[in-house]
Design a protein around this ligand. Structure first.
Ligand code: HEM
Length: 403
């Protein structure tokens, strides 16, 4: 942590103070798990606190692959495993092959009709979804201490551009028209991610920087899941994006299937948006707050975003303000995002106008010129990571962040 600058430590320290003043315990662990499993896809469950559950199938398997030095060859073999319908490559260790054959099966409750509707929705609302999942989800994840620390101290933490590109692979696969169809890639990327998470659980515990429990519990995964579909849906409703009941249900469904494929148990996967919102409200507050690592990661992410968007003179302030607009002042404070006197005032007025224009609700003359700078920045950002994601693949790590 020596490289974390004094300024960032101070910002984060200040935010910690503010959090203390709000009476929030940090780490905020006091609230018990009360979410009813009757609201889950399974419809019932033991009600066990998901903080104490990880991935009992993948974890011992991947730990053993790492310990016996099998991972580089596994990564080599899986490099060209890219389509949902593609047989697994020959030569994989038998225990891994057995696991992957099971893990690649869609749940019995997956509904192809709903998945097709979700694809339509993802296509028509791609701009909002990529912005909300990419920038919004990214800025929320750095304000989740356990996630920020895992990302920072794992291998990918040392190269955030590659890390974001790799994470976007799954995001773009979920949003693709053929996501869970035979020629799509969601199954592949979700199963690979499940293996990566199992590797991280094993490796991080060996890091001298890691002092907490085993990382990436079921609860941690649910928290991150809510920063993606639950957050995106709430924001789109707030922006008054017209969304039909069928689209709303289908969008939830594609993420329910994805949660299952990532190894989240059905008894924790919310069955409805009401159950999702209730679960999100229970677990996000107790898992969010500032860390110096989160502040550092936010700075790197916003720096990259600024580089990819518009002329340097305006881009970083615009990116800071956009990030603050998406996640709100409290999270922006935890992330150490600078206040921007001009853009902080502009974005909350121009973004809703842009949305209303895109949805055909207001005519062009009512959209201010500056709104197009924002629109262009968002498009450039999406295109940059779309391109980067095509150039890389998800691989199982064998080490933590060096140093
Ligand atoms: C890796 C997605 C939850 C920490 C990945 C990757 C994806 C992904 C696509 C592969 C990209 C890569 O290898 O860099 C997700 C999704 C989640 C989730 C969709 C929940 C719905 C979490 C949580 C944590 C976490 C809760 C930590 C608390 C990590 C780390 C890596 C990783 C440390 C590996 C980085 C490295 O390569 O060193 N995740 N993740 N993830 N994820 Fe997650």
């Amino acid at each position: 942590m020596a490289e974390l600058s004094r300024r960032k430590m101070l910002i984060s320290g200040g935010a910690l103070g503010a959090l203390g003043a709000l009476g929030v315990a940090f780490p905020a662990r006091a609230t018990p798990w009360t979410w009813a499993s009757s609201g889950s896809i399974a419809g019932a469950g033991a009600g066990t606190d998901p903080r104490w559950i990880w991935d009992e199938e993948a974890d011992p398997l991947v730990a053993s692959l790492i310990d016996r030095g099998a991972v580089p060859e596994v990564n080599r073999l899986l490099w060209n495993w890219t389509r949902n319908d593609q047989p697994l490559p020959a030569g994989l260790p038998a225990d891994l092959r057995d696991f992957m054959e099971r893990a690649r099966q869609l749940p019995s409750w997956a509904n192809q009709g709903k998945l097709n509707t979700a694809a339509e929705f993802n296509k028509s609302r791609g701009l909002y979804l990529n912005l909300l999942n990419g920038v919004g989800g990214g800025m929320l994840s750095t304000a989740i201490p356990k996630e920020a620390l895992s990302v920072y101290y794992s291998k990918g933490g040392a190269d955030m551009e590659d890390r974001v590109a790799k994470t976007s692979i799954l995001g773009f696969a979920v949003g693709a028209l053929n996501a869970y169809r035979p020629d799509g890639s969601c199954v592949v990327e979700a199963v690979k991610t499940r293996l990566v998470h199992a590797a991280v659980r094993h490796l991080l515990q060996q890091s001298p920087h890691w002092t907490g429990d085993i990382p990436i519990s079921q609860e941690d995964m649910l928290v991150t899941w809510h920063t993606l579909p639950t957050f995106a849906m709430r924001k789109m409703l707030e922006w008054k994006v017209p969304i039909s009941a069928a689209h709303s249900e289908a969008y939830l469904h594609v993420w329910q299937v994805t949660a299952h494929m990532l190894g989240i148990k059905d008894e924790y996967i919310p069955a409805t948006w009401a159950a999702a919102n209730a679960q999100s409200d229970q677990i996000l507050p107790r898992n969010m707050g500032p860390t110096p690592e989160g502040v550092e990661l936010t700075d790197i992410l916003l720096g990259q975003l600024a580089e990819q968007t518009s002329p340097a003179s305006i881009s970083r302030p615009l990116c800071n303000a956009l990030a603050r607009y998406l996640v709100g002042d409290q999270v922006a404070g935890w992330d150490g995002i600078e206040r921007e006197p001009v853009w902080d005032l502009l974005i909350p007025t121009i973004w809703p106008k842009l949305v209303r224009f895109r949805e055909g609700l207001i005519p062009l003359p009512l959209v201010p010129e500056t709104a197009w700078v924002l629109d262009e920045a968002v498009r450039k950002y999406i295109l940059f990571y779309l391109t980067k994601a095509k150039e890389t693949k998800i691989e199982i790590p064998t080490t933590n962040r060096p140093g």
